[in-house]
Design a protein around this ligand. Structure first.
Ligand code: NGD
Length: 263
């Protein structure tokens, strides 16, 4: 019996998840990013220490596979996810390109151009029920371990709020070099599309971008975009779609929209 108890303790102490562990220096990075975020007058009074605390408290000392939206409510109360009307940009399988786009068009915003998205982008985090430390060894993998891990629940929640807050014309940058430019199972297809508010958002404008040198696999007339068109129109939102842009051409035209080849 003694041996059995020991073995049980031993294996629970060394329990390993299948995903990457928390990002080294997570706390410092969160604080540093918060302070670095472009200082706008209306954000000056934000309290980065409070944000870091609320972020940490959301998941520390908790089972990393039992995350809920409620865990993040104190953090969400501290941070605003709204952007001006007509300035919201969603993306799916086009992260780099979408971010290059909003870098050129500084008045446009992806989720990662808002404070909370900026703080959390590319970071990983989890704790453990029996400890007040972060787990830097491993965290639950969303497919192999559990979908209700703290990172997935976080992105689903902030993506939902980001979409709910959008207004006017909203844009999405999609990848025409993969077979399904629109994927119902992606965060964009599963969360953002369904949380646009039709009383505030009148048009969704899709850009289907092809990688230079790669054969275009999907386009505005393809079946995946038709899926999206159908979902959006069912929701009483107007849908427009533009393709034939290569990623390089797209960025070129973002910089110089008046160029005749961009019309
Ligand atoms: O279920 C998931 C999952 N699905 C995708 N990804 C996931 N990670 C989980 N933990 N659980 C990861 O999200 C994937 O590995 C990529 O690193 C990233 C984006 O996936 P992608 O390219 O398939 O695009 P999605 O449509 O799923 O998401 C992009 C849209 C975009 O408009 C943002 O406003 O959703 C927002 N977002 C969601 C998830 C993560 C942003 C991020 C981010 N910054 O990491």
């Amino acid at each position: 019996v003694v041996v059995g108890v020991r073995m049980w303790r031993h294996s629970s102490e060394h329990m390993k998840w299948n995903g990457t562990g928390s990002t080294a220096h997570f706390q410092e990075i969160v604080l540093e990013r918060c302070y670095n975020y472009a200082v706008q007058p209306e954000l000056r009074d934000r309290d980065c220490q409070k944000i870091r605390e609320a972020f940490r408290n959301a998941f520390i000392s908790k089972d990393p596979c039992s995350a809920t939206e409620e865990d993040y409510h104190p953090l969400m109360k501290l941070v605003d996810l709204t952007v001006p009307c007509d300035k919201t940009v969603f993306w799916s399988k086009t992260k780099e390109l979408a971010h290059q786009y909003t870098k050129v068009r500084q008045e446009m915003f992806t989720l990662e151009d808002t404070l909370l998205g900026y703080i959390a982008d590319d970071l990983n985090w989890c704790g453990d029920a029996g400890s007040n430390e972060m787990n830097y060894q491993s965290c639950p993998h969303w497919k192999k371990d559990c979908s209700n891990n703290f990172v997935s629940v976080f992105w689903d929640l902030v993506s939902k709020r980001f979409a709910e807050n959008a207004c006017g014309v909203v844009q999405v940058v999609l990848n025409g070099s993969i077979s399904n430019a629109f994927d119902r199972k992606s965060t964009f297809g599963r969360v953002e599309v369904h949380n646009l508010n039709p009383t505030k958002v009148h048009t969704l404008q899709a850009w289907v971008i092809h990688d230079l040198g790669k054969f275009p696999s999907d386009s505005c007339s393809g079946s995946s975009i038709n899926d999206l068109r159908w979902i959006i129109m069912q929701r009483n939102i107007k849908f427009t779609c533009q393709d034939n842009y290569s990623s390089g051409k797209f960025l070129q035209c973002v910089k110089k929209p008046e160029d005749s080849s961009c019309r």
